[in-house]
Design a protein around this ligand. Sequence first.
Ligand code: SF4
Ligand code: SF4
Length: 458
Amino acid sequence: MEHLLLTAHHNGYSRAFNTLRSGQRVTEIQKNMDYLTSVDDASRCMKCGFCMSSCPVYGVDHMESHVARGRNLLIQWANKGEINTEGTYRDVLSFCILCGRCEATCPARISSATLAVQARARLVTQKGLNWTEQLVYRGILKHRSLVARLLGLATKIPGCSINEGKPLRHLADFASIFSRGLALPRLSSPFLSQRIPLRTLPLFGIQRRGEVAFFPGCGLEFFFADSGKDMVFALAEAGFEVVNPFGQTCCGLAVQSAGDLETATLMARKNIDVLSSFAAIVTGCATCSAALKRYGDLFSPKDPIREKARELSQKIYDFSEFLVRPGFNPRQITAFPLRVTYHDPCHLRWHQGIHDAPRKILHALEGVTFIEMKGADTCCGLGGSFGIKHREISLAIQAKKIEAIKKTNAQVVVTSCPGCLIQLMDGVRRHQLPIKVMHIAQLLGRETRGNVKQPLFF
Ligand code: SF4
Ligand code: SF4
């Protein structure tokens, strides 16, 4: 079964690359760029400076060029060819953590995060990627299934099994050298796809409510497989038949954010192909749902796949968003009383406007005392590669978040994104707080609430 899954991944990639290699590649990227440059316009910026009050990066370094107002001006100048786009300009673009928070305070409703991504993409089109980015984005991310297969094979070598606690178990610790001290979680073994069946049937005795496809993304698949499993079974307990479709790949947001639209588009095509036939697709990764909901923006209006991408976007749900739809009434009993606070992932709060759904679940859980933290909707400071590239700023943003968590006196901080989990776990450990960090699905999981028999919904 594992072999079939990996072969399906590999064939999918090969098809996608062959299509683009046959003389279409440059034209397609150029069409994408034409479309993306029309998504928003830096010249609409009124220079009012409202964005400064909401920007987590400016809140730490107070650099005008690192906040929307200053950067949007530089983007305008660069677009007109009035400034050199080498070195400093590229560096300035990297200082946006892409949280999207400033858009909410901007009177012109400018999507400055999108503008920063467009500007990065323009640079990549003009100057290409450096070798490290090529290695990471076009190698590891584009060949995710190959990496998974190699890791899977390596675990079968005597002495290298993750389960045996030998070398690969410490891969994450080793990797932290490259992640500049950011403690990465250990690889899940086995990966999520090997822990859940292709189809998980609704719990016996529960009214069947339909079928959903589950999109774990890289975080839940490779690092937080336990939470992924909890999510699948929570959906099954809610009456859904959960399918884990073959051939999914990375959502592509990380490479898109770096301006590598070529790789992002390939990933989107593959996922559209695999997911389009389902009526609903649920993911527990805020980054993935944000990416999948905007796949339409990656393709030019003339590209036939754009409509398919937009149709798919209408069927994408964050895990909490899906569970609290009308008609669902959680009646859950936790195994023991818990004081819980919640951190809003930027990709959920600002990119998708989801605020209430996870709180409704937390309020509905008996045994849980929900405490709102101050600034729950401010960034945790990771922002993908930002957290590694600008480590000092990332740590300063993280410290503010940890302070807010501490003041709630909560025992558990819950969130909805594997990226935030990594940053919060790192922060809790760094500040030596006796607080557990969990995905919201883990709070609903049977291990947390005990082996209770009640269904999640009735
Ligand atoms: S998207 Fe976030 S980091 Fe970027 S300018 Fe806006 S508030 Fe600052
Ligand atoms: S809030 Fe909006 S309009 Fe005002 S300076 Fe910032 S980006 Fe420009």
